[in-house]
Design a protein around this ligand. Structure first.
Ligand code: APR
Length: 228
């Protein structure tokens, strides 16, 4: 029976692929007023601006690839039951080949019907742009993204995964956005927790911090895990 390895990733996981993080120097929120382009209020106020913001991020996503860190997480599936919980809206974990990926903040390549949130479509690579007037099957659409001010529907299944983890690893997140940042609190007592980040945020005692980027940090983690 393979041990359950639960991984929680943030924007730092995709940094080495060339996708800027949010709060690092030069990060996305330095160039865009986050509440205008990534909040429910901003979407109500100026939907065209929000559509364009995500159109630009979709176009950029098509130009980048998974990095060594993403591939190491796939490799770990040989020896562990690996479950990824990600705050990232990119599809790099899926494109690297990870089998179980749970998105907390939505998925950049998808849109959903404004009048029925159960209707979700993957945008075709040849037509990634949407506007407030785009119609799919007669429905107006919005980015399939969890905006600030909106609930995080996948937090419950994410908490269940963390509560069942034999090993929990947090990679590339500043741990400032809840409820994602609170997942750490659901690990069973005695379960080892690792945090890979070149500029780590403060974490509770007992968490093993690996002060490195995702790829290098996961190389070090593999070393540690195969010694147990
Ligand atoms: N490898 C690993 N981590 C890295 C790397 C790297 N190469 N480069 C930077 N980092 C780390 C930074 O040190 C920082 O701790 O990635 C983290 C990025 O933090 P944020 O930009 O705050 O990204 P994140 O924590 O994922 O943001 C959470 O906030 O804006 C919302 O919805 C958005 O999902 C996002 C959420």
């Amino acid at each position: 029976m393979k041990k359950k390895l639960v991984i929680s990733t943030g924007a730092g996981m995709s940094a080495e692929s060339g996708i800027s993080t949010f709060r690092d120097a030069g990060g996305l929120w330095e160039n865009y007023p986050v509440m205008d382009v990534a909040s429910a209020t901003g979407f109500r106020r100026n939907p065209a601006l929000v559509h364009e913001f995500y159109n630009a991020r979709r176009r950029q996503l098509m130009t980048v690839s998974p990095n060594e860190g993403h591939r190491t997480l796939v490799d770990l599936e040989k020896d562990y039951d690996v479950y990824i919980i990600t705050q990232n809206v990119d599809n790099l974990h899926e494109r690297a080949g990870s089998a179980h990926v749970l998105h907390l903040h939505g998925e950049l390549t998808k849109v959903r019907a404004l009048d029925d949130e159960s209707l979700i479509w993957e945008l075709p690579p040849e037509n990634l742009d949407t506007t407030p007037d785009t119609l799919i099957d007669g429905h107006r659409v919005r980015p399939h993204i969890v905006f600030f001010e909106e609930a995080v529907p996948n937090i419950e299944p994410a908490i269940e995964l963390v509560a069942e983890a034999d090993i929990f690893v947090v990679i590339g997140t500043s741990l400032v956005v809840y409820p994602a940042a609170g997942l750490l609190n659901y690990v069973k007592r005695g379960v080892p927790v690792y945090y890979i980040d070149p500029n780590p945020a403060a974490v509770p005692a007992g968490v093993t911090v690996i002060k490195a980027g995702a790829s290098e940090g996961l190389r070090q983690l593999k070393e540690i895990l195969c010694r147990h």
